[in-house]
Design a protein around this ligand. Structure first.
Ligand code: PLP
Length: 417
């Protein structure tokens, strides 16, 4: 804990000046005067994305036309970007594909996991997880119609929920709302001892903290391209299949890109070898290509340096919130132990989290709201400064102290929060 009472903005400006990651902020196209604390929901735009989009549309699409599937490497893109992403999540070569949406990938790997444990019927999941994971699992279970049961357990109940009836444990590493970090290695080990498959959702981990899928012996994983990886709005997601499962595993969305010889145009399906069978169909190349601009920024640093700064930023935000916001009834809902959280901080404010966030956005500090009472702030060490933390807290304190947030215009609910 920092003693925030004697802290000054100047001291934080000095920390920014000495920060080895500070130059990376220049890789991003951020608007002047905005403090962006929502990179956990939509990552900022890498400057290189604009040049990539321009080359893709003018040269590869408009000029070279269909030849680009071969000449510009479009066809190989899911595999090539997967290999570029792999080191960020502790995966090896040919274990990651960048493709489809997170939810779709979860459907594929969960179906594959259940098929690897045909005699078992239980899936362990966290009920408070981001809904799409649970919805996808419920949809799959319904569709299979084979009596699978989802056993919901919250963080401290998960270990006890794993027994030898469990086919798969399917969990999100960093909780989307609270930022709580689950122990991937311990839970995966327990799952394996019980004979179950471990699937990890890395939506709030990939690019936010070091992840070691192979070190933890994870079986499958999925994750998001548009959050901490800065791939662009709705960017394709990724999936991981451990080498040892790649021959036996099967997934149900058997489109032609998952066929062993798509350009033979045969009548009957035959799976591609290894990882490729986890593709489905033609990829959104314009979106997919931009993912690379985000990944390339990570080549200029490493996840250990990112984690160190992330823990410092989130720790500072928590300490300042305790000191300056508690008296307004704002409480910290994220673990105070830096090793037990991801790269975001949730503040709970029962009186009106939503209008406070709206007032904050109006004043140039962008966070988001997660019902019923969570104000969520993501800290992205590639471009967030220590002074941003200070200024965000100042603005929050002003909004709460002045009562600005009570003004009627902050109450109207937008479609996307
Ligand atoms: C953001 C997020 C998703 C996103 O799923 P989409 O298929 O991209 O809409 C899924 N799971 C979790 C845990 C998330 O945080």
């Amino acid at each position: 804990m920092t003693d925030t009472r004697n802290l000054t903005r100047d001291a934080l400006a000095a920390m920014d000046a000495a920060d080895p990651l500070a130059p990376l902020r220049d890789e991003f196209d951020l608007p002047e005067g905005v403090i962006y604390l929502d990179g956990n929901s939509l990552g900022a735009a890498p400057k290189a994305a604009m040049a990539r989009a321009e080359r893709l549309i003018r040269q590869e699409w408009a000029t070279d036309l269909i030849k680009s599937w071969n000449t510009a490497g479009w066809y190989e893109l899911p595999r090539r970007l997967g290999n570029k992403l792999a080191p960020l999540v502790g995966a090896g070569d040919d274990e990651v594909l960048v493709t489809d949406a997170t939810g779709v990938n979860l459907f594929k790997v969960l179906a594959a996991a259940l098929a690897l444990r045909p005699e078992r019927r239980v899936i362990v999941m966290e009920g408070s997880n981001f809904p799409t994971d649970n919805y996808m699992a419920q949809g799959l279970v319904d569709f299979l119609g084979r009596g699978h049961e989802i056993r919901f357990a919250e963080k401290d109940e998960i270990m006890d929920a794993i027994d030898d009836t469990v086919a798969a444990v399917c969990l999100t590493h960093v909780h989307y709302k609270t930022g709580h970090l689950l122990d991937m290695a311990a839970i995966t080990e327990k799952a394996h001892k019980a004979g179950a498959i471990a699937i990890w959702d890395l939506c709030h981990s990939a690019g936010a903290l070091p992840v070691d899928l192979n070190g933890a012996k994870a079986d499958f994983a999925v994750g998001c391209g548009y959050k901490y990886l800065n791939g662009g709005p709705g960017a394709p997601a990724f999936l991981f299949v451990a080498k040892r499962h790649q021959e036996a595993a099967r997934q149900p969305l058997t489109g032609w890109w998952s066929h062993k010889a798509p350009f033979d145009f045969t009548r009957d399906y035959a799976p591609a070898p290894a990882l490729t069978k986890f593709l489905t169909g033609t990829q959104p190349i314009t979106s997919l290509a931009l993912v690379e601009a985000g990944l390339d920024v990570f080549l200029k640093t490493d996840m250990a340096a990112i984690r160190k700064k992330s823990q410092a930023l989130t720790g500072l935000f928590i300490d300042l919130a305790d000191e300056r916001l508690a008296r307004f009834g704002v409480t910290v809902a994220t673990p105070r132990d830096a090793d037990a959280r991801g790269s975001q901080v949730a503040l709970s404010f029962a009186d009106g989290g939503y209008p406070v966030i709206k007032a904050l956005i109006e004043r140039g500090v962008i966070g988001d709201f997660r019902a019923p009472d969570i104000m969520r702030f993501g800290f992205t060490p590639l471009y967030t400064r220590y002074t941003d933390v200070w200024d965000a807290i100042e603005t929050l304190a002003y909004i709460l102290d002045s009562g600005l947030w009570r003004e009627a215009r902050f109450r109207a609910q937008d479609a996307v929060t």
